[in-house]
Design a protein around this ligand. Structure first.
Ligand code: TYD
Length: 253
């Protein structure tokens, strides 16, 4: 089947009753590949809102979209989330925290992300491996080799097709994060402004080193302008006729 024919039937099936069309859908799913998009940046950059807006736009066009987040996103990873964000693991050191983030990521990848991509879904994830590179690697001062090894084991071949980095001055981000939340700042939000600025630089360095995967978006722009840009960046990876595609998902080793 050509891409054009496949794209056409993909959209059609999404408009029909899924139960009636189950057999056709399965046949189609085995022919399509998923798309993995991650949202990264400092605190209060608006990633979560933009991820929801993108999910709505893509769902409205008939795509099968899964939204998820880290740390968490699977049963095992959600169990570890509280330990990390409450600061319960902090006194055991950054290595311990990094390993816990990696353990949570591995569960999330194998239980949720890889299966969804194999079913041809579009997966949108609020934070992923770049957060570990930045928070544990750069501002946690962990040795690069240690961080790279953990990353390789945790992602096990599942690399984002596109990573959107939301960039804004740390002070503005922290101010937004404070305003939006009635809760106490979490373990990572509590850190010094200087640390948050370092993270901003580290995300920009990642983008510079991997321009094919990473795109930086100015998070100080109005939300509707950012939403249009995010949609454009993701649409660029979808063939005009509707088939999500990815070349980066491999079978688990
Ligand atoms: P969360 O409450 O999910 O919010 P947000 O993404 O809006 O900041 O907080 C997740 C926190 O965990 C955030 O401060 C970044 C941190 N984090 C790491 O330190 N390493 C990681 O690998 C991930 C995924 C998150």
């Amino acid at each position: 089947m050509t891409n054009a024919a496949l794209g056409g039937s993909f959209r059609q099936i999404n408009q029909l009753n899924r139960t009636d069309m189950h057999a056709d859908l399965e046949e189609l799913v085995s022919l399509t590949k998923g798309l993995f998009v991650t949202f990264e940046g400092g605190e209060g950059a608006g990633k979560s809102t933009q991820m929801r807006l993108l999910a709505d736009s893509l769902s409205g066009r008939g795509y099968d979209v899964l939204t998820t987040r880290e740390p968490g996103g699977s049963l095992g990873a959600e169990a570890v989330r509280h330990v990390l964000l409450s600061g319960a693991a902090e006194s055991f050191g950054v290595r311990m925290e990094a390993i816990l983030f990696a353990a949570a990521r591995s569960d999330h990848v194998e239980e949720v992300i890889r299966p969804a991509l194999q079913q041809g879904r579009i997966v949108l994830c609020d934070r992923f491996m770049d957060s570990s590179r930045v928070y544990q690697g750069v501002t946690g001062n962990l040795e690069p080799g240690f961080v790279e090894t953990l990353e390789r084991v945790a992602v096990n071949g599942v690399i984002p097709d596109r990573t959107i980095i939301f960039d804004l001055p740390a002070e503005a981000g922290l101010e937004r994060a404070r305003r939006r939340s009635n809760e106490e700042p979490d373990r990572f939000e509590k850190e010094q402004l200087e640390t948050h600025e370092k993270r901003r630089e580290a995300f920009l360095d990642i983008a510079e080193a991997d321009p094919e995967r990473c795109c930086v978006v100015d998070a100080t722009l109005p939300p509707e302008v950012i939403a249009a840009e995010v949609l454009r960046l993701v649409e660029a990876l979808l063939p005009g006729d509707g088939e999500p595609q990815s070349s980066r998902v491999e079978a688990a080793s």
